[in-house]
Ligand binder design. Structure first.
Ligand code: PMP
Length: 360
């Protein structure tokens, strides 16, 4: 069976060398006589996996010493609740930037726990751009500021992170973590569901500055308190062991590729290839403002022609899968995460050219 180019927004494509390595050691991991899936999370072999995974991530992202790396579950959606539960202090106030459907869900959840000020939003314009985030917008007494660095559904991303002074900046980086270098020291918390650029679903990564741990009230469930996981090296209970193992392999793959600078270059060439084609075409169009474009999720539409379903169906026949846009945006969306090779985007552009010729 031939592998396809999977443009899914998540769970999404994983690097083939990672899958092959996992396949090779699936039934007998490093002469343990067991699969990683069967290893105790307290075993020496698994301790080595999780320790290496953290070390590799720290190296890739240049994570400063005063940050903890937590391997959790519950998805990014659980972080929508854990962030306010752990960070709301005496003020009980937070600033949120509303740049897409996922930001909106984070806002809705945070409102259960305190006062939420939406200090900037592009909702009225269908989230087609990132609002300017001046320092003056932020409340001086907020406990934190929350942003979504990449809007998976709408295809926008924050290219310049706001300066929030002493107020911790919390970022949902689910769909662009590890796609390019970021200065971790600018953030209080970075969180991400793993199922796009890290690993299979089931793992959630949290990178948190140490001084933000330990402020949850006694009412916060043990499992939702960052302190629980930070004090136990993410081993308070059984972590998603297999997903952590795949994350380790993905981090190794990224390192061998040359790290995040090299990844950024590759990602930019993939996105440019697709965007340059869309721009010169009068058949396809991008719904996103140019300065707000994501290099991970690229939505495009075919105005004046009712051929979206045909596009998706014909593309699938050529091994170009999962190109249907999100139901809230319509059209098509190509998610071109780290693991999507340049050849996948070349094949997509080639298909788009032929489809355009046929229909325009
Ligand atoms: N935030 C963003 C930006 C996302 O793309 C997603 C998932 N697509 C989520 C949050 C929700 O993640 P999860 O399914 O891991 O809860």
């Amino acid at each position: 069976m031939k592998r396809v180019y999977n443009f899914s927004a998540g769970p999404s494509i994983l690097p083939l060398p990672v899958l092959e390595e996992a396949q090779k050691e699936l039934t007998n991991y490093h002469d343990s006589g067991m699969s990683v899936m069967e290893l105790s999370h307290r075993s020496g072999a698994f301790t080595e996996i999780i320790t290496q995974a953290e070390a590799l991530l720290r190296d890739l992202m240049q994570i400063p010493e005063n940050y903890k790396v937590l391997f959790l579950q519950g998805g990014a959606s659980q972080q929508f609740a854990m962030v306010p539960m752990n960070l709301f202090g005496e003020n009980g106030k937070a600033d949120y930037v509303n740049t897409g459907s996922w930001s909106k869900k984070a806002i809705k959840e945070a409102k259960k726990y305190g006062e939420v000020n939406v200090i900037a939003s592009s909702e009225e314009d269908n989230y087609t751009f990132i609002p300017t985030l001046n320092k003056e917008l932020f409340s001086s007494d907020a406990d934190y500021v929350h942003i979504t660095t990449n809007n998976t559904i709408e295809g926008t991303s924050i290219r310049e992170f706001p300066d929030t002074g002493d107020i911790p900046l919390v970022a949902d980086m689910s769909s662009n973590i590890l796609s390019e270098p970021v200065d971790v020291s600018k953030f209080g918390i970075i969180y991400a569901g793993a199922q796009k650029n890290i690993a299979p679903a089931g793992l959630t990564l949290v990178i948190i500055r140490e001084d933000l741990i330990g402020h949850a009230s006694d009412m916060v469930p043990t499992m939702l308190d960052y302190k629980t996981h930070s004090e136990t090296g993410s081993l308070h209970n059984t972590p998603p062991t297999f997903a952590i193992y795949i994350a380790k392999l993905v981090f190794e793959w990224l390192k061998n590729l040359g790290g995040l600078e090299a990844m950024k270059e590759i990602n930019e060439s993939k996105a440019n290839l697709l965007y340059n084609y869309i721009e010169q075409s009068d058949f396809y169009a991008s719904p996103v403002q140019k300065d707000s474009r994501s290099i991970m999720n690229i939505p495009f539409v075919i105005p004046n022609h009712d051929v979206d379903a045909e596009f998706v169906k014909e593309a699938k026949k050529e091994g170009l899968e999962t190109l249907k846009g999100h139901r809230s945006v319509g059209g098509m969306r190509a998610s071109i995460y780290n693991a999507m090779p340049l050849e996948g985007v070349e094949a997509l552009v080639d298909f788009m050219k032929r489809f355009e010729e046929k229909h325009k």
